[in-house]
Design a protein around this ligand. Structure first.
Ligand code: KIV
Length: 274
């Protein structure tokens, strides 16, 4: 995608996001947490880079996303921003940054956009307080991505990582939530860990794109957490995950070879010395 002016690529926007719903191709979304991987995934041609609060798990080593703060999200988002030239940048609003009051939600969404130059924020859930926050944030012109199904900030309430929407009532709540998010102004909705049939029903019943993770093939796009996709996070093997590389093995092998070379005096040799 070119801007037509110089060689700076045109950025993927909310309009491109909306255009994909009727005509495809499917949206490709990955997470990133730093400038280096932000640049690499951008160069690989993804449409959207999500600075996910999954950084609590995959970067900080916590068991959940609940420990992640707004300042930490902004720190990582500003780093990713420096690497991403073309893809749309979306940043998760962390736990308690949007649930306490609409005013706080609005100020915190504004901070993310002003300090990281992201193009959208993502919020979890569709209860009445979240919907008020979505309405207020979109009203001032900040695009919002919703997130339904398994919403990681509610992991304690769910009692673990479980597929959501399995009963008729739970499935209906997700459908109703998706329609309410659309009505409140959300520009897209992530569907996490829901049965494929339900994700298809939600996708057909809203006019904004759905982006699935563990939600089957019928969503308008797919998202994966980058270290999972790359096989860097090799202790995590959920059913929905396809690993496209085995980078944990590569890291151990490369660092092991470096160690052997240093210990045996092969590195640095004359080629790598001044
Ligand atoms: O935090 C995150 O990475 C996410 C994705 C799993 C969608 O919300």
């Amino acid at each position: 995608m070119s801007s037509g002016s110089g060689d700076k690529p045109r950025r993927f926007t909310t309009r491109d996001l909306a255009d994909r719903k009727p005509s495809g191709p499917k949206l490709v979304v990955v997470t990133a947490y730093d400038a280096l991987f932000g640049r690499l995934v951008d160069e690989a041609g993804v449409d959207v880079v999500l600075v996910g609060d999954s950084l609590g798990n995959v970067v900080a080593g916590f068991d959940s996303t609940l420990q992640v703060t707004l300042d930490q999200m902004i720190y990582h988002a500003t780093a990713v921003r420096r690497g991403v030239q073309r893809a749309m940048l979306v940043v998760d609003m962390p736990f308690l940054s949007y649930q306490v009051s609409v005013e706080r939600a609005l100020m915190n969404a504004g901070r993310i956009i002003q300090e990281s130059c992201a193009q959208a924020v993502k919020l979890e859930g569709a209860d009445s307080d979240v919907l008020l926050a979505v309405r207020a944030i979109t009203k001032v012109g900040i695009p919002v991505m919703g997130h339904l199904g398994f919403t990681p900030q509610s992991v304690l309430a769910f009692g673990g990582h479980r597929v959501q929407g399995k009963s008729d009532a739970a499935a209906n709540a997700i459908l109703v939530g998706a329609r309410a998010l659309e009505e409140a102004g959300a520009c897209a909705i992530v569907l996490e860990l829901v049965p494929a049939g339900l994700a298809g029903d939600v996708t057909r019943s809203v006019s904004v794109p759905t982006i699935g993770i563990g939600a089957g093939p019928d969503c308008d796009g797919q998202v994966l957490v980058l270290p999972d996709l790359l096989g860097l996070n090799d202790k995590f093997h959920p059913k929905f995950l396809k690993q496209y590389a085995s980078m944990a093995d590569d890291v151990r092998a490369a660092v092991g070879r470096f160690g052997d070379d240093v210990r045996d005096g092969r590195y640095p040799d004359s080629e790598h010395s001044f």
